[in-house]
Design a protein around this ligand. Structure first.
Ligand code: IPR
Ligand code: MG
Length: 153
C-alpha cells in the first residue's frame, strides 16, 4: 500500500477522497469574470466561477450549470485549457481537488452577472487580466504567477 493510499485508508471519509471541479475562465474582451469567495476554502479571495462535477455530467455541462447557478449568465461553447491537482488544508477538513479549467464566453454580451448565491460569493465583476484584483484564490494565483494566460493566442 502506498503512503498516499495508507493515508486515505486511515481517514476513511468523503472529504478524504479526491473530487473533481470544473471552473471557467469566462472571457469578455480583455476581461475575466471573478467573484470574491465566501467559503471555508479561499475565503475573501477572488476566484473563477465553477464547482463540483456531478455524477454523469460532462465538463461542458458542468461549466454551463455552475456558471448559471452562481452568476445567472449563459455561456457558449467551452474549450479545455488545463488541469491542476490541488490539496486544500486551510478549511476544517482537508480537501483534494482535480480541477478542470475551461475557457468560454457569453452567448450574449449584454448579460450582466448576478450574485445568485450571496452566501457563497460577495459578487461578480469583470476584471482586466493585466490588473487583477487581490488577493486571488491561491490556485489561480499560482497559475498567474507561472505565466498562464487564458486568452487565445
Ligand atoms: P461549489 O460547488 O460550491 O461551487 O464549489 P466551489 O466553488 O467551492 O469549488 C470547489 C472546488 C474548489 C475548492 C477548487
Ligand atoms: Mg463555486
Amino acid at each position: 500500500m502506498s503512503k498516499a493510499s495508507s493515508t486515505v485508508a486511515t481517514t476513511d471519509n468523503e472529504a478524504a477522497k479526491p473530487k473533481v471541479a470544473v471552473v471557467v475562465f469566462l472571457l469578455n474582451g480583455k476581461k475575466v469574470l471573478l467573484g470574491r469567495r465566501r467559503s471555508a476554502v479561499g475565503n475573501s479571495t477572488f476566484a473563477l466561477p465553477g464547482g463540483n462535477l456531478e455524477f454523469g455530467e460532462n465538463f461542458e455541462e458542468c461549466a454551463a450549470r455552475e456558471v448559471k447557478e452562481e452568476t445567472g449568465l449563459e455561456i457558449g461553447a467551452t474549450e479545455l485549457l488545463t488541469v491542476t491537482n490541488n490539496l486544500f488544508v486551510e478549511g476544517p477538513k482537508p480537501l483534494h481537488y482535480v480541477t478542470i479549467f475551461l475557457r468560454s464566453s457569453l452567448t450574449n454580451t449584454d448579460q450582466v452577472p448576478q450574485n445568485v448565491e450571496p452566501e457563497k460569493c460577495d459578487g461578480w465583476d469583470w476584471y482586466d487580466w493585466d490588473n487583477l484584483p487581490q488577493p486571488l484564490f491561491w490556485p489561480l494565483e499560482k497559475m498567474v504567477n507561472s505565466g498562464f494566460n487564458p486568452f487565445p493566442a
